[in-house]
Design a protein around this ligand. Sequence first.
Ligand code: F0G
Length: 445
Amino acid sequence: MSWPWKTIIEPFRIKSVEAIPLLNRPEREAALREARYNLFKLPASVVTIDMLTDSGTGAMSAAQWEAIMRGDESYAGSRSFYELDAVVKRISGMPEVLPVHQGRAAERILARTMLRDGGLVVSNTHFDTTRANVEQAGAEAMDLPVDQSGDHPFKGDMDLPRLKEILSTREVKLVLMTLTNNAVGGQPVSMANLQAVSALCREAGVPMFMDAARFAENAWFVREREQGWKDHSCEQIARAAFDLCDGLTMSAKKDAIVNIGGLLACRDPELATMFRNQLILGEGFPTYGGLAGRDMAAMAVGLLEALDENYLRYRARSVEHFANALQGAGVPVVTPPGGHAVYLDAGALLSHLKPAELPGVALGNALYLEGGVRGVEIGSLMFDGAPRELLRLAMPRRVYTEAHIHYVVEVAAKVVAQAAEIRPMRIVEAPDFLRHFSAALEPVD
Ligand code: F0G
């Protein structure tokens, strides 16, 4: 329905609640020291507002819990699989649907099947696990995001002139469009860009896949910001985007609002057979793919709830309200805000720190120490040579209220007041890849 009111309300009421941990400062200091200054290593029991990720952290609806109870746990041909299969076919138009336990399982199967002989994958920006899976397969992952300066409404787009050049000079195995573009700030991709990428891929004979983790949020932005789409439903917009692709990978832990799950889908039955052979090796039988029947049942419901316009309006408004309030408190953020998180510009706020001194990590630690707020660094710890030093505060779906958000803004304002005293950080120990998950760090005097 259209919404004539200025106040956008949560389109749900709360039926079941969970207490959140409230700690004092010495307790937080001890916990952070124990975690070797890496927020990934904090037990959730010491985190007050957990904005580490929007992945798998959403609140399921009563309808999803109902579906959970009806889940069919048959090994082969579970009814819950067919329910999911029907919803995915309806939303995406893809005839071949494979459930997997989460997004990176789909990426791994895709990489092991399509990148067996190495080669080049081009994306508007690979998510970190996607890049790691491409590289582990012996292939090269290239990111071609558009220029990120200014307030362009579709900063998630692919740089078309660069793509054209690469397609004409190199052999590209796969083009992968990430919707929304998480690594550059949860920024949406325009339909015009998807259409242009699809045309270039077709001309060059290169398959185009979509990393569809946040496909519904992307559809909302297209409807709101791109000319010609405001009279379409978000489901129609999502379908128009999928229609341009040969296949998709999806972490269902985001827009499908489940705590675990993922999807791999495509049009080509021969490719699907190869995917299924890989799926059996690592995930399970093709009609459950590493999930319980109940997980697939909840996903089928969540995929449709995520496309509800009242939900998406509330979702986009919550993120925008959070970003505006942070800016009001003096925190520089990436604008316009994306769909699932606000990205704090740690490099700008802590301009006394060089990238190698990990300003995103330093800011994340400061927010935790001040008020038990946990975010995630997207900067030089995550990717050596990252273009920007950001701290992402992700918003779990349907979990936190407006007062929780105001609390986080108050905590951030206190950190801003002490910004000049925030110390550099240094890596003490780290593995060779995906080092941000497990690195040990320490503040430098
Ligand atoms: N693609 C994108 C765009 C993602 O954001 C993620 C996960 C994945 C793929 C991998 O999916 O976690 O189900 O295996 N992103 C999470 C995040 C972890 O915090 O942004 P997964």
